[in-house]
Design a protein around this ligand. Structure first.
Ligand code: GLA
Length: 360
């Protein structure tokens, strides 16, 4: 028999594939960056192709990248993202249309820097959504139309969208997205929905959209989790609560921050922050085996809940592929939030997720 020689990237193919382990239950997705979908990061691209059947762009469809200046769209990276998904037969997700972050200031201002009026902002929102959603009509399966509209207490966040347009900005955003692609699934995406006050706010938001005639296909609970938050019963009851509204639940940005949070409130004082950064970067030289095992157990627990709700969960998407790609390495922290290590090797957490998926 011929000896099969695998390159570093191809090695990943010999692992069980999460998308197969979970097939028939829900999609398994990953947020991808431009190095992965352009193929520059060959190992990353191979892992995405081998393991996942859905992709979300980590940044490339956000307003500041795709529409950096008035009338100037830059579709290069987004086109490559969509091509990558199509070539590999993946369910392609759009993220995100209306958000207060990573949106350029000009969107909300006139040429003198004063806030624009309601009609102008609605028109900008309409043009943006029609142009971006329209371009990928029939290719992008579903959109995070509005991202993070809520405060922790469940009230509406005072974003420029809310301040200038009023509460109706929500309904309008979904109507425009539907106008641009009537077949696209439309989602509401937010974090900390496992906490009751914010979850109640999201329920009100979805009900308001529904009573305005909007078809919300799913709520995305981002799933930026910690080792000790949320409890599994909170994850369980959150899925139940949204399912009762007749929407699916997607876990859209799953990762687990293993680095203990600092007690110090982050301010603008860089010297204070960097001092505490050094103190809190406790796993800079590697993750102790005991924490590696805890992380695996945490992932297994979460996936056991997702499996229990397989009929209600449409997709579980990880926010990144390998630990090295993760946003949780901010300011040089060395974090370990995902299933693949910095060399693209599956971690014990990967085996734990496979195990949860094989338990019938
Ligand atoms: C939020 C956004 C994502 C991403 C993450 C962190 O969850 O929805 O697009 O920016 O924060 O990087």
């Amino acid at each position: 028999m011929a000896l099969l020689v695998l390159s570093a990237g191809e090695e990943a193919v010999s692992q069980p594939a999460l998308k197969n382990v979970y097939s028939g239950r829900f999609l398994i997705g990953a947020a991808v960056n431009s190095r992965q979908f352009s193929g520059e990061d060959k190992r990353g691209a191979a892992l995405v192709m081998a393991q996942f059947n859905s992709i979300t762009p980590e940044n490339n469809l956000k307003w500041q990248l795709i529409h950096p200046q008035p009338g100037k769209y830059d579709f290069d990276a987004a086109d490559r993202y969509v091509e990558f998904g199509e070539k590999n037969g993946m369910v392609i997700i759009g993220h995100t249309l209306v958000w207060h972050n990573q949106t350029p200031r000009w969107v909300f201002e006139d040429s003198t820097g004063k806030p624009v009026d309601r009609e102008t902002l609605l028109k900008r929102m309409h043009d943006h959504i029609l142009t971006v959603v329209g371009r990928y009509k029939g290719k992008i399966k579903g959109w995070d139309v509005v991202n993070e509209a809520l405060n922790e207490d469940g009230s509406l966040r005072e974003t420029p969208w809310l301040k200038i347009i009023g509460e109706e900005y929500l309904v309008k955003a979904y109507q425009f997205a539907h106008e641009a692609d009537p077949d696209a699934q439309l989602y509401y995406n937010d974090y900390s929905l496992e906490n009751a006050p914010k979850r109640e706010g999201a329920i009100r938001l979805i009900k308001n959209l529904q009573s305005a005639g909007v078809h919300v296909a799913a709520v995305g609970t981002q799933g930026h989790y910690k080792m000790d938050w949320p409890r599994l019963d909170q994850v369980d009851s959150t899925i139940d609560a949204f399912s009762k509204l007749g929407v699916k639940v997607n876990i859209t940005e799953l990762d687990i921050d293993v680095v203990p949070a600092t007690q110090v409130n982050r301010g603008a004082d860089l010297s204070v922050n960097s001092y505490h950064m050094v103190k809190e970067d406790v796993y800079a030289n590697g993750l102790p085996d005991s924490v590696q095992t805890e992380l695996a157990n945490r992932y297994e627990g979460l996936f056991t809940v997702f499996v229990k709700h397989a009929g209600e969960v449409g997709r579980v998407t990880f926010w990144g592929v390998t630990d090295g790609d993760s946003w949780l390495n901010w300011r040089g922290r060395v974090n370990y939030p995902l299933l693949f290590d910095r060399n693209g090797k599956p971690k014990p957490a990967f085996d734990a997720v496979v195990k949860a998926g094989r338990t019938r």
